[in-house]
Design a protein around this ligand. Structure first.
Ligand code: AHM
Ligand code: MG
Length: 340
């Protein structure tokens, strides 16, 4: 019987390949893993520990917060704030930058997170997840501000998510491929269960919220209509459809068996002053890094997500990601000549 490779061992080994590594990055990922284990425990216990339902408040973006949104955010803060691995933290649930407590040792990294993505699914016992993005903090700045976080996704040092599903899985990229770790609850450790994850380049599965169909732009209308025409249409193959309403679960399915996920901009979002529904810095960017590292593609339809220069912490963007050939097809439909 073998123990296998723990997440900690995996990160330490990766760090040994980096000259001058101090162990801080290993410590940071451990902190995130600790928070994820605690969130996993609460998600698992649910009504037994009275964590389901609404918090009775709205977050900065005007969305109803669930109790577990607030608790997960608090747990991320608790796990990260005082260990000397980060310089500051930003989250979907907080308006501005979370500054470390007075006297806390400062680290070299900035973390952005969605502590509990897909939280509309909590009360119906469907998968939810935590998404995180790690950036290098600017040197010589004691109290990083919003402007210090506004780096394009190409600058991410690492990105990952934890999926609270039938199993709890932590999926991680440090820019050298994607690895998956499964939480062994008896043992209390994330163990490496898959490495060098590759997304199939072709796919016959799409994910989109069709209730928004009447608001979509022409390129998205065209692509989804062609998927629905299946073998009788121009794509010449039948498609299946899924919509979990938890981006973490959708991305995980795509990493496992391919597919394309779309949360496009639309006229309804535009009328509300939003370019998309999903947030660039802690949803689209980390997922785009993971998907690209697994050989897939991630775009708004008009530009590569990882190259967007952020202007705001809670900026929203259209998201189209997954199997490379399908994403490129949709991107092609956005080109002026194609969509005319
Ligand atoms: P959240 O961060 O408030 O949970 O919202 C993000 C989620 C994504 O996980 C998911 O893809 C999308 O919202 C679902 O939106 P909709 O309810 O419009 O289908
Ligand atoms: Mg979210």
């Amino acid at each position: 019987m073998r123990i296998g490779t723990t997440l900690t061992q995996y990160i330490i080994r990766k760090q040994q390949e980096v000259d001058g590594a101090s162990g801080e990055f290993t410590g940071l990922l451990n902190d995130i893993a600790v928070a994820c284990k605690k969130i996993a425990d609460l998600v698992n216990k649910g009504a037994l520990v009275n964590v389901l339902g609404s918090a009775g408040a709205e977050n900065v973006q005007g969305e109803q917060q669930k109790k577990l949104d607030v608790i997960s955010n608090d747990l991320m803060i608790e796990a990260l704030a005082c260990n000397g691995h980060i310089a500051a933290l930003a989250s979907e649930e907080m308006d501005g930058v979370y500054q470390l407590p007075e006297g806390a040792r400062r680290g070299r990294y900035l973390v952005l997170c969605d502590p509990l993505d897909g939280s509309s699914n909590i009360d119906v016992n469907v998968s939810v997840g935590t998404i995180f993005s790690i950036l290098k903090a600017p040197e010589d700045i004691e109290f990083p501000e919003v402007a210090d976080f506004l780096e394009p996704g190409t600058e991410q040092v690492a990105a990952g998510y934890c999926l609270y599903g039938p199993s709890t899985l932590l999926v991680l990229t440090t820019g050298e491929g994607v690895s998956m770790f499964t939480l062994d609850r008896d043992f209390g450790e994330f163990l490496l269960t898959r490495s060098r994850v590759r997304i199939p380049e072709d796919s016959q599965e799409f994910a989109i919220n069709c209730s928004n169909q009447r608001f979509w732009e022409d390129p998205v209308q065209r692509y989804i209509a062609e998927c629905q025409q299946g073998a009788d249409g121009p794509l010449g193959k039948n498609f299946n459809m899924r919509w979990v309403a938890s981006m973490v679960a959708e991305v995980h399915r795509i990493l496992t068996r391919g597919g394309v996920f779309l949360y496009p901009g639309d006229s309804k979002l535009k009328a509300a002053g939003k370019a998309g529904k999903l947030r660039l810095m802690y949803e689209a960017n980390p997922m785009a890094m993971i998907v690209e590292q697994a050989g897939g593609a991630a775009t708004t339809g008009r530009e590569r997500i990882l190259e967007i220069q952020p202007e705001e912490l809670h900026q929203r963007v259209p998201v189209i990601l997954g199997s490379r050939n399908e994403v490129e097809r949709v991107t092609g439909y956005h080109l002026p000549a194609e969509s005319a």
